[in-house]
Design a binder for this molecule. Sequence first.
Ligand SMILES: [Mg+2]
Length: 348
Amino acid sequence: MIEDKNPQRTSIDQLGEFGLIDHLTQKFEITQDSTVKGIGDDAAVLDFGTRKTLVSTDLLIEGVHFDLAYMPLKHLGYKAVVVNLSDICAMNAKPTQITVSVAVSNRFPLEALEELYDGIARAAQEYKVDVVGGDTTSSQKGMIISITALGEADENEIVYRNGATATDLLVVTGDIGAAYMGLQVLEREKQVFQVNPNSQPDLDAYTYLIERQLKPEARTDVRTLLHALEIKPTAMIDVSDGISSEIMHLCKQSKVGCNLYEDKLPLDPQLISVCEEFNIDSTTIAINGGEDYELLFTIPITDFDKIKGNPNFTIIGHMTEANEGIHLVTRANTKIELKARGWNAFKE
Ligand SMILES: [Mg+2]
């Protein structure tokens, strides 16, 4: 449904490996003081001075992590960067550089790689990170993307997953569940398109959900917002697999329990109406859907006044002693044990 009718197709072989890398990386600019040397030598040189360096890496495989039937390559490039930056944000650090490695089969012409790199360049520009290295090579089948993100923070700024205490409040940024429902809408349209390739999808009612799925953003702003409020989270994680699974990670590593309140979950009105249309329970989607790339964190209860009523943050629960377990407290005030049903790369 996103196919270009008259695409130009330049074979990648025409450029040769080095020509290809030069061609694809020419638009990347260096903006970070910590980048001493970017692309163009055998290795990049970075200097973080007295600050700590954070590193996070991620591998995306066509058919496992993305479907090019409804994921435009430009969006894929953008999203591949964002998901990595999100992991640096989840440490309360500032993303500064990325490396990008891509393998493609000969089914992809140069123009496809250009689209992908346009999306990568767009994200790098948007988030002011330097692309300082990477590789482009061929694969037997499909597309594989690996991005490594680097970031910096003062040692005392860094927030780990293991610092929550039994009296802390649980807070999430933005809203949750929309990216997963966006994927459900796109899957449905793909099936309609397969039956009738001439069908014109009307996606007006789903724009927010689809945008959350195809063009998520990393919450690089949260670090600054929290700093201004004089709040340092005790534990933090980003919402990639769904908050249910992320809460389990925080609880396990911090050795605490949790009560999550159903009526506190921040849901976009569009998510609620589309869940009704699909006849799916919106709470199930909100806690198990993934890919929102919001931040989930705990703060001391004494910081309650600093954060209450702030539109960027929602208090959705509180931590407990580990032996009290991990529960969802429903609107009917019943306690249901929370299970991690988040997305798992090794399932199916
Ligand atoms: Mg993460």
